[in-house]
Design a protein around this ligand. Structure first.
Ligand code: DX5
Ligand code: ZN
Length: 210
């Protein structure tokens, strides 16, 4: 079944609890953590994850766009994350494997993400340590960017490499979401498309069935 993960990067942070309640039809809540170093933007961190954990039982899908994620993954798990995704480009192979191991030791699901420029084959050494692959369909850092259709062959390639679920992130709407599902994605992250829509839950339910 297709799962939808609204990205709260497009929410109104002055009323974050209510905005999360407004996407109750979604299976996941996608939380973008940016450090101003791995990506040229800064967003939210551990205390916010901890606070919003109180307002919903939905699965917290934490996307870490930070360098040296192995230093912080445990704290995100403790704060209430259910899935913690790190970037393959964020540290050495050894440190990324260590981050993935820590996430699993905490009893959580470990995700691994690739930026648009990173080829599918780079995932191979990590596949035994991951529960989900996150394919970026925009350059990470900002919401509201245009979907990169040239990422569709990469989704297909990853689908050949592993049976682990594939999530896509960036520029997802009804049209691009459908293309991603056809290519093999099972989880769609959608930020601006969901939060800017008039009826968010209706948009989520439609996106699941494109
Ligand atoms: C970008 C983030 C995305 C972003 C998606 O770096 O990882 O999760 O919020 O936003 P949209 O759906 O608006 O492209
Ligand atoms: Zn994201």
């Amino acid at each position: 079944m297709i799962k939808i993960a609204p990205s709260i990067l497009s929410a109104d942070f002055s009323r974050l609890g209510e905005d999360i309640e407004s996407v109750s039809a979604a299976e996941f809540i996608h939380i973008d953590v940016m450090d101003g170093c791995f990506v040229p933007n800064i967003s939210i961190g551990i205390p916010v994850v901890k606070s919003i954990r109180k307002v919903t039982a939905q699965i917290f899908d934490v996307h870490l766009m930070i360098v040296e994620p192995q230093k912080y993954v445990k704290q995100f798990c403790m704060a209430g994350a259910d899935i913690v995704t790190v970037h393959i480009e964020a540290s050495s192979e050894e440190s990324i494997i260590s981050a993935l191991k820590i996430i699993r030791e905490c009893g959580k699901k470990a995700g691994l993400s690739v930026k648009p420029g990173t080829p599918a084959k780079d995932l191979i050494p990590f596949l035994d340590y991951v529960d989900m692959i996150l394919v970026m369909t925009v350059e990470p850092g900002f919401g509201g960017q245009k979907f990169m259709a040239d990422m569709l062959p990469k989704i297909r390639e990853i689908k050949q490499l592993t049976s682990k679920p594939i999530e896509v992130d960036g520029g997802v709407d009804f049209e691009t979401g459908k293309l991603c599902i056809e290519a093999g994605a099972e989880i769609l992250v959608a930020g601006s498309f969901v939060f800017k829509s008039e009826n968010r839950n209706e948009t989520i339910n439609k996106l699941r069935c494109v």
